[in-house]
Design a protein around this ligand. Structure first.
Ligand code: PEP
Ligand code: MG
Length: 555
């Protein structure tokens, strides 16, 4: 009997199309029983401490093997396994009669709740603790740690969610696509997939039904996983996959629509390393330089000289090209201890971004001075913008300070609905705007962009978000000033065309997304992009908007 085709949907990351066999990640270990130990305190303590230090060493070794961003993540996890407060708590539980595995479980759970209570980025990282705890417990119990299945043949990895320790060592010749049941477009899995250019579908609740070994088609551009595909459907998918890869490989020039209309394709960077990646991916410049990433570890504000050195190094990679620098966007998910207020109950709605900078105006002035000095020492065309602007008055204040320190192009980010609705007034003051769709979506739906449970709302395809973007596009056309996009929405090739149709003049994205976007936008004229935008705007929800625009793409 043949089973008929069915579709499982989630949120796609990237543009890739892959046919392959499913391999599922084993389920997590069960919670260790609360039984009293019969081994004695010293023995249990030795079991726990050896497993903790072996796990830390293993995480570090994995970090060395994988390098890059993964190394930083794994080193941070290793530190968690060696935390002195945690070790003291483990000891305490053992002294009260717990087994080593139960003591580790309890101590990590307590540690995780402290991190969750801290909110923001720290709270997000609390999930990683569960993974470290599982590794330690598996070691104590001498069972295999739950992790990525080993295989010598390519497969599609299906998991509830992927922890950094799982993804750090993925072999991308073997793992062809990632599917997660939980997680959203800003989850660790999505970030990794984007960084590696690997097709992924996240938040696909029904992927829990997928069975080990079954063949599926994963189409990241539509967010669909096709189960039980017919042979004809598989052949069609393989052809389509090849044509997407060929289009990607052939795309290297500046961003051009089919009618020659120019849309600059820029890169989002946060470090010198990502600036190199942007150059390699033929970015036409930088549309978002996230300066706060350079200073996340700092306890005190960096000096003008130190900042000048960091900025100059990045600017030098883009001689004669545009580099849009964003001043420190501290708070919420990216706290900077020298700028962020402690203890706000809702940090995403608190004094983040420009609000924190106005509260510490000298830090803002120093940063702008450092940017102005770095600009003077290179040939990059440097523009500067402020995050989280929500009023015209904030825009005026920011632009005035920029002018005072000698910044020539001063703009603002549109990340909250108020500034989208006021874009005409804002553009009378600012030289340009850049729309941060990650935050604009979060604030349109009042849904924390980092929270898996509301990830379904974090979708920039939503007509609510698109209508706000249209307001900004119209304001840009009326004032004849540039309107960029620098949120993740720009990295979705179909959505990129819609955004151009809404009046956007440049798109900035992770360097790995540039080739796909460049290839896709070249297939449409401006008139067609506007038609696609109209269709998407009229939809009832994100799913319909995506489907209506994608339909036009393939017909
Ligand atoms: C955004 O919010 O879309 C954006 C580009 O800024 P960040 O992701 O750094 O908040
Ligand atoms: Mg933002």
């Amino acid at each position: 009997m043949t089973t008929s085709e069915s579709i499982v949907t989630g949120i796609g990351v990237g543009r890739g199309l892959v046919v392959g066999a499913v391999r599922r990640m084993p389920d997590p270990l069960p919670e260790p029983a609360q039984t009293k130990s019969d081994r004695g305190v010293d023995d249990e303590h030795l079991r726990a401490t050896s497993a903790l230090s072996e796990t830390a060493a293993d995480l570090r070794a994995r970090g060395v093997q994988s390098g890059g961003l993964a190394k930083d993540i794994l080193d941070a996890l290793a530190l968690m396994a060696e935390d002195t407060m945690l070790l003291a708590d483990v000891k305490n539980h053992i002294e009260q009669g717990s087994t080593a595995e139960r003591a580790v479980f309890e101590a990590f759970a307590a540690f995780a709740s402290i991190m969750k209570a801290a909110g923001g980025y720290t709270a997000e990282r609390a999930g990683d603790l569960g993974d470290v705890a599982n590794r330690v417990i598996a070691r104590i119990m001498r069972v295999a740690a739950p992790g990525v299945p080993q295989s010598t043949t390519p497969f599609i990895l299906v998991a509830r969610d992927l922890a950094p320790a799982d993804t750090a060592l993925l072999d991308f010749d073997i793992v062809r696509a990632l599917v997660t049941i939980d997680g959203g477009p800003t989850s660790h899995t999505a970030i990794l997939a984007r960084e590696k250019g690997l097709p992924a579908i996240v938040g696909a609740t029904d992927a829990a039904l997928l069975i080990d070994g079954e063949t599926v088609i994963v189409d990241a551009s539509s967010g669909e996983i096709v189960r039980h595909p017919s042979t004809a459907r598989i052949d069609e998918a393989l052809l389509e996959s090849e044509s997407r890869l060929a289009a990607r490989a052939g795309a290297t020039g500046p961003g051009l629509l089919a009618d020659g209309h120019e849309v600059a394709l820029l890169a989002n960077v946060g470090s010198l390393k990502s600036a190199f990646a942007a150059v390699e991916a033929h970015a036409e410049g930088v549309g978002l330089f996230r300066t706060e990433f350079l200073f996340l570890e700092n306890d005190v504000a960096p000096s003008i000289e130190a900042q000048k050195a960091e900025y100059t190094a990045v600017f030098e990679k883009f001689p004669g090209q545009k580099v849009v620098v964003r001043v420190l966007d501290a708070g919420a998910d990216k706290p900077l201890s020298f700028l962020t207020d402690d203890g706000e109950e809702n940090p995403a709605l608190g004094r983040r971004g420009i609000r924190a900078l106005f509260a510490h105006e000298q830090i803002l002035r120093d940063q702008l001075t450092a940017i102005a000095h770095a600009t003077a020492s290179t040939t990059a065309d440097v523009w500067v913008m402020a995050p989280m602007i929500s009023t015209v008055e904030e825009t005026e204040k920011f632009v005035d300070i920029c002018r005072e320190v000698g910044i020539h192009k001063a703009g603002v980010m549109v990340e909250v609905p108020s500034s989208a609705l006021l874009a005409d007034h804002i553009l009378e003051v600012a030289d340009f705007v850049s729309i941060g769709t990650n935050d604009l979506t979060q604030y349109t739906f009042a849904a924390d962009r980092l929270l898996g449970t509301v990830a379904n709302l974090q979708d920039a395809w939503s007509p609510a978000v698109l209508r706000l973007i249209r307001e900004v596009g119209l304001a840009g056309e009326r004032t004849n000033k540039p309107v960029g996009i620098c949120g993740e929405a720009a990295a979705d090739p179909v959505l990129a065309v819609v955004l151009i149709g809404l009046g956007v003049t440049s798109l900035s994205m992770s360097p790995t997304a540039l080739a796909d976007v460049r290839a896709e936008i070249s297939r449409f004229t401006l008139v067609e992009a506007r038609q696609l935008a109209e269709r998407a705007l009229s939809a009832r929800n994100a799913k319909d908007a995506r489907a209506m625009a994608s339909f036009a793409f393939t017909h």
